[in-house]
Ligand binder design. Structure first.
Ligand SMILES: [Zn+2]
Length: 325
């Protein structure tokens, strides 16, 4: 743990102990602009886990997650299942996420997920898919994801799944790299998806998505964890966000690194795309401690209105979630 992290943790622990939810960026904002701190972050991307793999001490239970959120100024979070074999070490099912989050729906917003290959065997019609997803929605699911199958992003099975999500108004959070929701440099497959479902919000996540903040990407670039260096002009993300108002970006995981690799571009990108970006971490293991995500707002000294929408406003609007207490 770095000294910086220790300082932040010490501060956050002290903050949590006093019952406040003042976040790091809130403290910085207050110091910079003399404003009241925001009500708390909405993390659009976290997971709960079970002890089927790895250290039993690394399991993220709902109780642990809520404590971790308190310690980091996160008021609310979207909890995402992981059902595809490519997505995780074992399935984190929708049913588990719905059950575990049920007593805490004021803070935890569950998503649902179905592997699209199920549509090839057991859910042959759109009505079948809508039936399953509507039961999840009726049980509290507010979005679809983490969508992470080893299929092209515009595979016919995925398109049928998006069709059902569109009908039920379930925003889709997708992971894109060379092993999940595969696409070519420039993301032409994603463009076809966005054009086919112009009213359905799609929230981009993962290495290949965030590598596409830059132009001149190769196929190999779409699988690089944390690309470094200046952002070449002509990135697919900006081009697609211009063309499709239903496209958003999830700043979790590689997202923070994508805006930090070229700070001048990153700051300008966050201000320019404020209405399309969602704060997130992708917390799924208790050993995770390195989160530059929490420092983005203060580091870039972003305008208050930019912080407001990225930190919580966009997620609540897209998912239809009321503010936390
Ligand atoms: Zn994730």
């Amino acid at each position: 743990m770095t000294a910086t992290l220790m300082t932040r943790r010490t501060f956050l622990t002290a903050t949590a102990a006093t019952g406040g939810v003042l976040s790091v960026f809130g403290r910085a904002r207050a110091a910079h602009a003399g404003v009241v701190s925001p009500p708390g972050l909405f993390d659009c991307h976290v997971h709960i886990t079970q002890p089927w793999y790895g250290s039993p001490n690394s399991v993220v239970t709902v109780r642990h997650l809520l404590g971790w959120m308190d310690a980091h100024g996160i008021a609310q979070a979207a909890v995402l299942p992981l059902v595809s074999p490519e997505a995780f070490w074992y399935p984190v099912t929708t049913e588990f996420v719905l059950r575990e989050t049920r007593p805490h729906r004021d803070r935890l917003t569950p998503f649902c997920a179905v592997d699209p290959r199920t549509l090839g065997t057991h859910l042959p019609t759109t009505k079948d898919v809508v039936d399953v997803l509507s039961r999840y929605r009726d049980a509290g699911a507010r979005g679809f994801g983490e969508h992470k199958p080893r299929l092209p992003i515009d595979d016919p099975l995925c398109m049928r799944l998006y069709e059902a999500c569109n009908e039920l108004e379930l925003p889709v959070l997708f992971h894109l790299d060379n092993q999940a929701n595969m696409d070519s440099p420039g993301l032409p497959g994603l463009a076809r998806v966005l054009a086919a479902f112009p009213k359905l919000p799609f929230i981009g996540h993962g290495k290949g998505w965030w590598a596409s903040i830059a132009g001149n990407t190769t196929q190999a670039d779409l699988h690089v964890g944390y690309p470094r260096g200046p952002v070449a002009a002509g990135g697919a993300i900006d081009r697609l966000m211009d063309a499709f108002p239903n496209l958003y970006g999830d700043l979790s995981s590689s997202g923070a690194h994508a805006v930090l690799r070229d700070p001048a571009f990153g700051r300008e990108f966050m201000v320019r795309r404020a209405e399309r970006l969602l704060f997130g971490t992708d917390y799924y293991d208790t050993s995770q401690t390195d989160f530059p995500h929490f420092d983005l707002f203060s580091r870039f000294e972003l305008p208050n209105e930019t912080v407001e929408v990225i930190s919580c406003g966009n997620a609540r609007r897209i998912l239809g979630v009321a503010g936390g207490s």
